[in-house]
Each structure stands twice: as structure tokens, then as C-alpha cells.
Design a protein around this ligand. Structure first.
Ligand code: ADP
Ligand code: MG
Length: 245
């Protein structure tokens, strides 16, 4: 996979509170075009919230978000969400629609593509994730790993400039994780700009260009994987790594 029209994503000094809970406390993240940033950290550290703020499912209290050097906070949030594809832990496929319908739906409804064209493009995307032969199946008849690959195909069909993954493999049986990680690795190597929240330390270490360790709503350490995994500077990262590795 290649030839993505990917873009550079930057978040600057993002703050967000839920009531009195100050969840994001001045987050900076810079993801150059064509690179993969993994975000690691304990549960509750604000990783999912950061992704939600960066695609404006939630508005930040403070800070700014840039796509290709232009602030997107004044744009229509729907427009931004079209430019950023998102893949969740729970695949969120429509159970009563076929696999190909799941992929083509947003193309016809949101991109206003004629139905037959949307169908053809959906089949093409399914082929890229190795699931064209499942086009007419219902999601419930696919394995979790296959369903997640359909969810990825659905996001890619919209031709996003950036892809977000929020623990995309956490709900999968161990034997199904590999196929999804292989697809994410292909995307990364193909030049997609990606932000990957993950517990998969192998992926974080071997595939991502930068690793960001969050704890308590702040970025505690960020840098190339070799640096973070072999020379963690803070006790917090050392402790986290000794728990997960
Ligand atoms: P992570 O993804 O790192 O596990 P989250 O971003 O899900 O962390 O959560 C960070 C904090 O924000 C937690 O304290 C969580 O309870 C709180 N939180 C997340 N979403 C909401 C919400 N919609 N309303 C209130 N609190 C929330
Ligand atoms: Mg989360």
C-alpha cells in the first residue's frame, strides 16, 4: 500500500477537563507526514481522550490542533473527521449490513459517491486488506481479526490523511492480533501518517517512528523507540515498562 495523501498532525498544549477531572494537562504531539507515532501509558492516562480531542469528537478547553500547519479548530468538525480515519477497539460495524455495505456506506452517504462507484471502491479496499472474498458476509460471521480489518478498510476508503488507532487489537483473541498488526505495519510502511494508541510493545518498538509515554494527562517522555525502550529517563516510564514487558 502506498501513495497516501498523508498530512502532518500537530497538537499544541492541549488541555481538557471533565468537570473537576483535569484529564489532559498540556499535551504536545507532533506527527510528521508519513510517520507513525505510538502512544503508550497506563489505563486512565488520557490516551483515548487525546485521540478524541484531536479529531474533535471533544473540543479542547485550551490548545490548538494543526493539520499541515493550519489550525483546524475553526473548521467544521465533520470536515476534520473526514480527513482523519479512526479505528476503535470495538469495531463498530453495522451487524445487519454486509461487509461491503459497511465499507461503502460512508462513501455514498458522506462522500456522495454514486452507489455503484462506492461499491467498486469498497471492494477494492477489501481486496487490500485481504477480505474481498467476504464482501457479502455479515460481520457476525467473521472472526474478530477479520472484522477489525473491515473496520480499517472502511476508514481507508474515505482516503484519510491521518489514521488513528485506539487499542485496535485489545479486544482480539491472541491468535488474531498478528493479522491486524501486519496490516497496520503495511500501512505505516506505505507512508500513512498514524497515531497508534497501543499495548503492543512490539509494534511500538519495531514499527513506530516515535513513542510518546503518557501518564496522568501529561507527556512524560517522547522520542525514538530505541531511546524510550532502552534508556527510559523517568521512574514512571521505567515502572510502566517493567509492568508491561
Ligand atoms: P486511557 O485511554 O489512557 O485509558 P481515557 O482517555 O479513557 O484514558 O481516560 C482518561 C480519564 O478521563 C479517566 O479518568 C476517565 O475516567 C476520564 N474520562 C474519559 N472519558 C470521559 C467522559 N466521557 N466523561 C467523563 N470522564 C471521562
Ligand atoms: Mg483508552
Amino acid at each position: 500500500m502506498s501513495e497516501f495523501s498523508s498530512g502532518t498532525l500537530t497538537a499544541k498544549n492541549i488541555h481538557l477537563s471533565f468537570g473537576s477531572n483535569h484529564v489532559l494537562r498540556g499535551i504536545d504531539l507532533h506527527v510528521p507526514k508519513g510517520t507513525t507515532a505510538s502512544v503508550i501509558g497506563p489505563s486512565g492516562s488520557g490516551k483515548s481522550t487525546l485521540l478524541r480531542v484531536m479529531n474533535r469528537l471533544i473540543e479542547p478547553d485550551q490548545g490548538d490542533i494543526f493539520l499541515d500547519d493550519r489550525s483546524v479548530l475553526k473548521d467544521n468538525p465533520d470536515e476534520l473527521r473526514r480527513r482523519i480515519g479512526m479505528v476503535f477497539q470495538q469495531f463498530n460495524l453495522f451487524p445487519h449490513k454486509t461487509v461491503v455495505q459497511n465499507v461503502s456506506l460512508a462513501l455514498s452517504k458522506i462522500r456522495k459517491m454514486p452507489k455503484d462507484q462506492a461499491h467498486a471502491k469498497a471492494l477494492e479496499q477489501l481486496d487490500l486488506v485481504g477480505l474481498k472474498h467476504k464482501a457479502d458476509a455479515r460481520p457476525g460471521n467473521l472472526s474478530g481479526g477479520q472484522q477489525q480489518r473491515v473496520a480499517i478498510a472502511r476508514a481507508l476508503a474515505m482516503e484519510p490523511e491521518v489514521m488513528f488507532f485506539d487499542e485496535a487489537t485489545s479486544a482480539l483473541d491472541p491468535e488474531l492480533v498478528k493479522g491486524v498488526l501486519a496490516l497496520m505495519t503495511d500501512l505505516s510502511k506505505g507512508g500513512m501518517t498514524m497515531v497508534v494508541v497501543t499495548h503492543e510493545m512490539g509494534f511500538s518498538r519495531n514499527v513506530s517512528d516515535t513513542v510518546t509515554f503518557m501518564d496522568g494527562g501529561v507527556v512524560v517522555e517522547t522520542g525514538p523507540p530505541d531511546q524510550l525502550f532502552t534508556e527510559p529517563k523517568t521512574d514512571r516510564l521505567k515502572g510502566f515498562l517493567s509492568d508491561v514487558l
